[in-house]
Design a protein. Structure first.
Length: 297
């Protein structure tokens, strides 16, 4: 029994107890899980699941410009990423109002251009290692300054989401009522833009640990999985955050023991939880197959 307990401690907890960089990485990933996953639930309910992916690519030119100006300075790259994400989202919305293109179509066009521009800028003025660091992140390389920035953004994001919760629920499920309540489309527009700001800020916070290409995974995969487990919004929000925390913890452990990149490993764990949900969740394959079999019998 003692040997089993010692083995479990060595595998599950010793890396965090022995190494400060593992503790910093865990705190950063858990903070992102608590702030980003609930936003993914709202994106799923609003049928905007691909918006997070588009915005995660759209922040790259701003991150690249911050890198060119100040090197691997997290505040500079974060500020550039937020500005770039908001600019791309704003331009896409403007194009959808002035042309026949829908907002998702214009976002798809702009994020591809933004991704190409960002990669080009970093490749011309940085090393291959800089490009890989920005695209795929390094959770195990989070320092104290990066941890404070990520934790601060996550805290503000959770508080802002709590304050915006009622308005976001109305704008998601009954935008007509929100329009009548405010008398114009302005009310819905304000909630929509505020929500996009939270999404962009969380994606920028996530690029340090997961990279610009992987950050959206911790936002969307747990949210999609939670949709399969629960019908009510509060339950989905809690389930998504829990799954994101589990994926972060398991991903860091696997990354440490197997010597794999931390960001993709964390997202891989989130993907594994998603596939388990596809099979076992109440809205997944197995329960639905059993219900169908019982009805036929």
């Amino acid at each position: 029994m003692d040997t089993l307990l010692i083995g479990a401690w060595t595998v599950l907890f010793a890396p965090f107890a022995e190494f400060a960089f593992m503790r910093r990485a865990l705190v950063a990933v858990l903070a992102l899980a608590l702030s980003a996953a609930p936003l993914g639930v709202f994106l799923t309910l609003r049928r905007m699941s691909l918006l997070g992916d588009a915005l995660s690519h759209a922040v790259l030119p701003g991150v690249a410009i911050g890198f060119l100006v100040a090197g691997l300075s997290l505040p500079a790259m974060a500020l550039g990423g937020v500005v770039a994400g908001l600019v791309v989202a704003g331009i896409a919305g403007l194009v959808s109002r002035l042309t026949l293109l829908r907002e998702d179509a214009s976002l798809a066009a702009f994020y591809l251009v933004a991704l190409a521009l960002g990669v080009t800028l970093i490749s011309r003025h940085g090393t291959q290692l800089d490009l890989l660091h920005i695209l795929f992140g390094s959770a195990l390389g989070v320092d104290d300054a990066a941890l404070l920035l990520v934790a601060g953004i996550a805290t503000v994001s959770v508080l802002a989401l709590a304050l915006m919760y009622r308005g976001l629920v109305l704008e998601t499920f009954d935008p007509g009522f929100l329009k009548v309540r405010h008398g114009t489309h302005l009310g819905g527009w304000v909630w929509h833009q505020g929500f996009l700001l939270l999404v962009v800020v969380n994606l920028v916070a996530g690029f340090q640990t997961l990279g610009t290409l992987m950050a959206v995974g911790l936002m969307m995969l747990p949210a999609v999985s939670a949709r399969l487990w629960h019908d009510t919004l509060p339950a989905q929000l809690m389930n998504a955050s829990l799954q994101a925390c589990m994926a972060g913890f398991a991903g860091l452990l696997l990354s440490y023991h197997l010597d794999t990149p931390s960001g993709p490993t964390i997202i891989g764990c989130a993907g594994a939880l998603y596939f388990v949900s596809l099979v076992l969740a109440p809205a997944g394959w197995l329960p639905r197959w059993r219900d169908t079999s019982h009805r036929v019998a």
